[in-house]
Design a protein around this ligand. Structure first.
Ligand SMILES: Nc1ncnc2c1ncn2[C@@H]1O[C@H](COP(=O)(O)OP(=O)(O)OP(=O)(O)O)[C@@H](O)[C@H]1O
Length: 483
């Protein structure tokens, strides 16, 4: 209300009080004391409500009594704040969290820990063996366990020794005996146990004092989710991924600490931030990488040391899961905004060179890769090369026709074919009924399978799981128990 109106309201006599009420003979005095001012109000309706004489609608103005249109009556109440939002990376850490033990599972009395040569021994086929604690730590540091696997259901992380496991470990052992490098790709249908086969190879390597370098997900290198920078003086230009390499170096250090402390450099590395002289433990060399900036030069120095010819080195296992991701053009772009081929990323190049046979380990070793069916881009050249190698491998046993390129398809990649020209292929399928029974007996002994394990149940689950595909068997038998 404006100021003049307010003042007028204060002095105006009320309409209900007669100005000349006490008509007496007394001299007329202006009845200022009797004047009642209208109550202060903000609107005409309020003024009427506050005025007792106007109650009941006696006034001239119309007060609407019925329903009123209320805008926004269905608007949700503001959501209450539910505390602190998760920090960056917290959700991902939760998603990738690995639980290796379940206190509610029954301990299996007959479960034995793995020994150095258990995985290479044919007498252990169709047996379930547990991972020793030290190896669990090493595998965890290398990120060999996957959140999609069923580790969190049992008291102790254990694995089934398959016919193929023994075959692979024997090939690895034979290559070390001959001081050669086994180059092999594990492939097969969905959830047939390819990642688990890599894990078994790593467990065998750790138990036999090899140095293990493992790239847990090929896609982390090529989907443009980590920083990259061109490496000076490389032609054609190669790119380093400093943050990823620093993480990898730390994983290598944690997983191979004991063996790196006992292995010494053969040459000096004055180019590194911390001057490394000959005869320094490789562990100290790994420790020289404190910042992403120095990670790639340190990794290169470590790799040169590990592959130094004539030096006293332990056998080396280099492995990668999700091969298809590194067998294609990556999502990174060059300064000219052209897509970068995965093999121009220095770390991927290092792996593909080793898989292609360009690297020789002085004490022998293995370069292993596993394909994945869960999350993999199409790589026609990789598929074709693996099919060709497989056909060539079986050619001696049966007359298999080697698949040829489709002359009308233009999506083949020569660089991929060159890498996979001479690799061995290990195809995984379902397990035998004997192996399936061993695993089901372990599930039942742990209290996770509430059925009598007999011929009928084993056959039922084995058949339901597409002839013993391990991931499917878990789905058929343990799905209800999955945490
Ligand atoms: N040797 C084994 N012993 C016990 N369990 C196994 C073994 N091999 C595979 N499994 C189980 O089978 C499931 C699938 O295994 P894995 O993750 O290795 O499959 P994969 O072939 O790598 O799958 P994808 O095709 O999705 O990449 C896992 O839950 C794992 O626990």
């Amino acid at each position: 209300m404006s100021a003049p109106n307010c003042l007028r309201g204060l002095v105006r006599p009320s309409a209900t009080i007669p100005i000349s009420a006490p008509r007496t003979a007394a001299p007329r005095v202006a009845p200022i004391a009797l004047v009642r001012s209208a109550p202060f109000s903000t609107t005409a309706i309020n003024a009427r409500r506050q005025d007792p004489n106007q109650q009941g609608g006696g006034g001239k103005g119309h007060v609407r009594q019925g329903k009123k249109l209320k805008l926004g009556k269905f608007k949700k109440n503001a959501v209450e704040s539910k505390g602190k939002p998760p920090l960056p990376g917290e959700r991902k850490a939760y998603r990738k969290r690995i639980t290796l033990s379940n206190d509610n599972a029954i301990p299996v009395p007959w479960l034995k820990d793995l020994d150095a040569d258990d995985l290479a021994s044919a007498k252990n086929i169709a047996r379930v063996l547990a991972l020793p604690e030290e190896v669990q730590d090493q595998l965890r540091a290398s990120e060999a366990f996957k959140p999609t696997q069923c580790w969190g259901m049992f008291r102790k992380p254990s694995l089934l020794v398959r016919k193929e496991s023994v075959d692979l470990m024997n090939r690895m052992q034979a290559s070390v005996d001959r001081k050669q490098t086994l180059r092999l790709v594990v492939t097969g249908d969905k959830v047939t146990g390819k990642s688990m086969m890599l894990l078994q190879a790593m467990a065998h390597a750790f138990l036999n004092n090899w140095i293990v370098i493992h790239v847990p997900e090929g896609q982390e290198l090529t989907t443009a989710c980590t920083e990259y920078a061109p490496i000076p003086n490389t032609e054609p230009v190669q790119y380093m991924q400093p943050v990823y390499v620093l993480k990898l170096l730390q994983a290598i250090k944690r997983a191979n600490e004991k063996i790196l402390a006992k292995t010494y450099t053969v040459s000096g590395h004055p180019e590194l931030p911390q001057n490394i002289t000959p005869n320094t433990p490789l562990l100290a060399l790994c420790n020289a990488a404190k910042e992403p900036d120095s990670a790639w030069p340190v990794f290169q120095a470590l790799w040169n040391e590990l592959t130094a010819q004539g030096a006293n080195r332990p056998p080396i296992l280099l492995s990668l899961d999700g091969l298809a991701h590194v067998m294609r053009v990556s999502d990174y772009r060059s300064p000219a905004f052209e897509l970068i081929h995965s093999h121009d990323l220095a770390l991927v190049r290092l792996f593909t060179d080793a898989l292609g046979g360009a690297v020789h380990f002085s004490a022998g070793g293995a370069v292993l890769a596993a394909t994945s069916r869960n999350n993999a881009p199409r790589s026609p050249s990789m598929e074709l090369s693996l099919a060709q190698r497989e056909a060539e491998q079986t050619a001696g046993k049966e007359a298999a026709e080697v698949p040829q390129k489709d002359p009308f398809f233009r999506g083949y990649d020569d660089r991929v074919e060159a890498v996979l020209r001479s690799v061995q292929v290990l195809r995984l399928g379902g397990v035998s009924k004997l192996e399936a029974r061993a695993l089901m007996e372990y599930w039942a002994a742990s209290g996770m399978l509430r059925a009598t394990v007999d011929e009928k149940t084993v056959t039922e689950k084995w058949t339901l799981a597409g002839s013993g595909v391990l991931g499917e068997m878990e789905r058929a038998a343990l799905l209800t128990m999955r945490i």
